[in-house]
Design a protein around this ligand. Structure first.
Ligand code: UDP
Ligand code: MG
Length: 341
């Protein structure tokens, strides 16, 4: 008889996971709007804020919220590990039957959570937001489009256009995501790869409430590179293709040279052509080596199997107000290797 995979025990109906990095100006407004929305839903919930090694007062503000409201959980990394690992830590520690994932700058509107919740109750396992409008700079919109193009065309991973991190998932989906142990991760791509019953609904994308984007040009490019190499071998295949085409060109060149020397009776003079050819071939080889190195480096990085992140402090929701300091590194390491119970 068919049966679904065993899921872990949920201790509340809804977990809201929010990664935060230097968002001191957004924390209080975010909390205010989240609680206003969730209280109107009248269900048990926890807010799990992941402080990704902020250098401003984000953490102390979160702790004040936690002191006043035990439904708030605060997890602080020992340093900045990045958006996607902060999301990962949040999902690994969320205890809800359903888990909402959203950014902490109020670009995702807490007021959209009831619509996500209502949709997943129709029997889906992941309901993701699709941004009908975007309030980002023209550059940001362009780079996002380029990114989606790369993912869909190069990697052939079907990430729906304009889909965003803002989403709700059920317990089975979150448990399945928590099985993934890779370090270089692109969360929405991985979730799309995971399968299950997913659907998108339109959500509003607001302006950032306060502060600056944490994804400047260079970080965006690195994320794109990371996503492409972690999902596909296509860059290696392109390097081989370019190598093959260049070799073909040089064979043609040799034929032409022989023809001129033997049939027409004169050879080619001048070192410019020789230099250009050598430089061109050298460049192609170096690019191919670089692409190869990217994969070897990544494979080395995964091989080391270090913990994905290190927790400095973790105040669980509903866990009393004790100043508990935990280091989950070992446990997370084990769970990444599939050893934990
Ligand atoms: N973020 C994070 N760690 C980082 C960078 C960003 O936790 O290293 C958080 C950030 O605080 C925000 C979310 O990830 O809550 C999305 O970041 P941001 O709004 O800067 O990205 P954008 O919306 O501009 O793509
Ligand atoms: Mg943002």
């Amino acid at each position: 008889m068919a049966s679904t995979a065993k899921t872990s025990q949920a201790t509340c109906e809804l977990s809201i996971v929010v990664p935060l990095y230097n968002e001191e100006a957004n924390v209080e407004e975010l909390y205010r709007r989240l609680t206003a929305t969730l209280e109107s839903l009248a269900l048990s919930y926890e807010l799990l804020f992941v402080d990704d090694g902020s250098r401003d007062s984000t953490f102390s503000k979160l702790l004040s919220l936690r002191t006043a409201d035990p439904r708030v959980g605060v997890l602080r990394f020992s340093r900045n590990f990045g958006h996607h690992l902060a999301i990962t830590a949040g999902l690994q520690n969320a205890a809800g039957r359903y888990t909402v994932l959203m950014d902490g700058d109020l670009q995702d509107r807490p007021e959209d959570i009831p619509a996500l919740y209502a949709k997943i109750k129709e029997g889906y396992q992941c309901v993701f937001g699709i941004r009908a409008t975007r309030h980002d700079s023209p550059f940001k919109r362009l780079s996002s489009k380029l990114f989606a193009y790369l993912m869909n065309k190069l990697v052939k991973l079907d990430v729906p256009l304009n889909s965003c991190v803002f989403r709700i998932m059920d317990r089975q989906f979150v448990d399945a995501f928590n099985q993934l142990g890779e370090r270089h991760r692109f969360v929405t791509g991985l979730m799309s790869w995971m399968g299950f019953k997913q659907v998108g609904i339109a959500v509003v994308h607001d302006k950032r409430f306060a502060g600056q984007t944490k994804y400047p040009l260079l970080k965006m490019l690195l994320l794109a590179l990371n996503s492409v190499t972690s999902f596909s071998f296509r860059p290696l295949q392109i390097a081989s293709l370019v190598g093959g085409l260049t070799a073909l060109c040089s064979v043609l060149g040799i034929v032409i040279l022989f023809y001129r020397r033997l049939v027409l009776g004169y050879g080619v003079t001048g070192w410019t052509s020789v230099m250009v050819t050598i430089l061109f071939l050298g460049g192609v080889q170096l690019i191919a080596l670089g692409v190869l190195g990217e994969y070897v480096g990544r494979s080395y990085d995964e091989q080391k199997a270090r913990p994905l992140y290190i927790i400095d402090q973790f105040y669980r929701a509903e866990d009393g107000l004790t100043d508990r300091k935990e280091n989950h590194a070992q446990r997370i390491h084990q769970s990444a290797l599939g050893l934990a119970s």
